[in-house]
Design a protein around this ligand. Structure first.
Ligand SMILES: C[S@@+](CC[C@H](N)C(=O)[O-])C[C@H]1O[C@@H](n2cnc3c(N)ncnc32)[C@H](O)[C@@H]1O
Length: 255
């Protein structure tokens, strides 16, 4: 199948001799962990997914925006950190996925915390037009190439083209610019994807540096798991036994 060969060639060019190890790690089981403490019942997710949510460093009573929230694993982490005070807006454009998100919130969060979570269905890319300088913390866990998923699905592999990652990077940039607009001065923004395409990771942050120069700084994080990239941290399954996840933490400047 041509797409399979094109996909393989595209990622081999990027990852070189590491590509074979990554590909075989993708075929294995994700590195699941269980969120339990503070929840009504356990929630299972890839351990790597917990890191971007924790990097947001949500404080009790914060005003938090989760721009692409469904199905909601990271929303649970943010909601527990925020506690009963403050507000968490959990947004997702997909109506079907919002149903799942609402169920996850209802079944897992204590009522006193669930009552402070609002589920909305807007386009993340235009959020900053309506609410500027509002949030202490913004998570953008963006839709991405999800190569692990593509490799395991003949349906998605058949649709893959090299143009896809470029198109996604354009959308992700629009969403990240909106996330920056939505944050308060001094507020923190975490950008994350489960892609291994550099265009969708550091490439998006690089573009933000060019287009929103002087408006934000990178927050340097020491990776407990994973490896540093130019701007963020990438957790890859061949070495970390979890992921892939990329995340980068920004702080919006004052003035
Ligand atoms: C990587 S998933 C989010 C996973 C979620 N944060 C979690 O931890 O469970 C990306 C989500 O973005 C949503 N999405 C895609 N395009 C969007 C847009 N333009 N605005 C808001 N949400 C969007 C998708 O429906 C999908 O649920």
């Amino acid at each position: 199948m041509k797409q399979k060969e094109d996909f393989d060639t595209y990622y081999r060019n990027i990852w070189q001799e590491r590509w074979d190890a990554l590909k075989s790690a993708f075929a294995g089981e994700p590195g699941y962990c269980t969120l339990e403490e503070g929840l009504l019942k356990p929630y299972f997710l890839d351990k790597a997914s917990t890191y971007p949510a924790q990097a947001l460093d949500v404080q009790k009573g914060d005003t938090v925006l989760d721009l692409c929230a469904a199905p909601g694993g990271k929303t649970l982490i943010l909601a527990l950190a925020k506690g009963e005070a403050g507000v968490l807006v959990a947004n997702d454009k997909s109506a079907d996925r919002r149903i799942r998100l609402k169920t996850v919130i209802k079944e897992h969060l204590p009522v006193s915390i669930a009552a402070t979570v609002q589920v909305t269905g807007y386009d993340a890319a235009t959020w900053g037009l309506y609410q500027k300088d509002m949030y202490d913390r913004v998570l953008l866990d963006a839709p991405c190439s999800s190569e692990r998923h593509v490799l395991s699905s003949p349906y998605y592999l058949a649709q893959w083209t090299p143009a896809r990652t470029k198109q996604l990077a354009i959308r992700q940039f629009a969403m990240l610019a909106a996330a920056l607009d939505a944050a308060k001065a001094g507020g923190r923004i975490v950008y994350s994807t489960c892609s291994i395409s550099p265009l969708e990771n550091d490439g998006v942050v690089e573009k933000l540096f060019k287009k929103r120069k002087g408006l934000f700084d990178i927050v340097e994080l020491e990776p407990e798991l994973g490896e540093k990239t130019k701007y963020g941290i990438q957790i890859l399954p061949d070495t970390a036994g979890a992921g892939p996840i990329y995340y980068c933490c920004l702080e919006k400047r004052h003035g």
